[in-house]
Write a protein that binds this ligand. Structure first.
Ligand SMILES: [Zn+2]
Length: 104
């Protein structure tokens, strides 16, 4: 199985002295996705621009680093990844709610 993450050790959080299997950004995104069951359980519906806005910091952080305009750091990677993941949870619960309304 291929994990779509560069896993560069300096960009990973370390646990017990060893780099984790995912970079700080990917790990935080997955943590954010853990919010999905809660968002679904409480039928959290948001305007679709909300998850889009929540993704913007990650996109800016990722691309400005890729273009070598600046170098990011793990706390920024973690925060922007978490924001993105939680935003995706809102997106999923909103889309699920729209689908359920059509089915009813
Ligand atoms: Zn990654």
């Amino acid at each position: 199985m291929t994990i779509p993450c560069h896993r560069i050790p300096e960009r990973c959080l370390h646990f017990k002295g060893k780099p984790m299997l995912l970079c700080a950004r990917c790990f935080a995104m997955l943590l954010g996705y853990l919010f999905t069951p809660i968002a679904l359980a409480f039928n959290m519906v948001v305007p679709l621009w909300v998850p889009l806005i929540m993704a913007v910091p990650l996109v800016i952080d990722g691309f400005t680093q890729k273009w070598k305009w600046r170098k990011s750091n793990n706390p920024v990677r973690f925060i922007t990844g978490l924001l993105f993941g939680v935003g995706q949870s809102f997106f999923i619960s909103t889309i699920a709610s729209i689908i359920v309304q059509y089915v009813d």
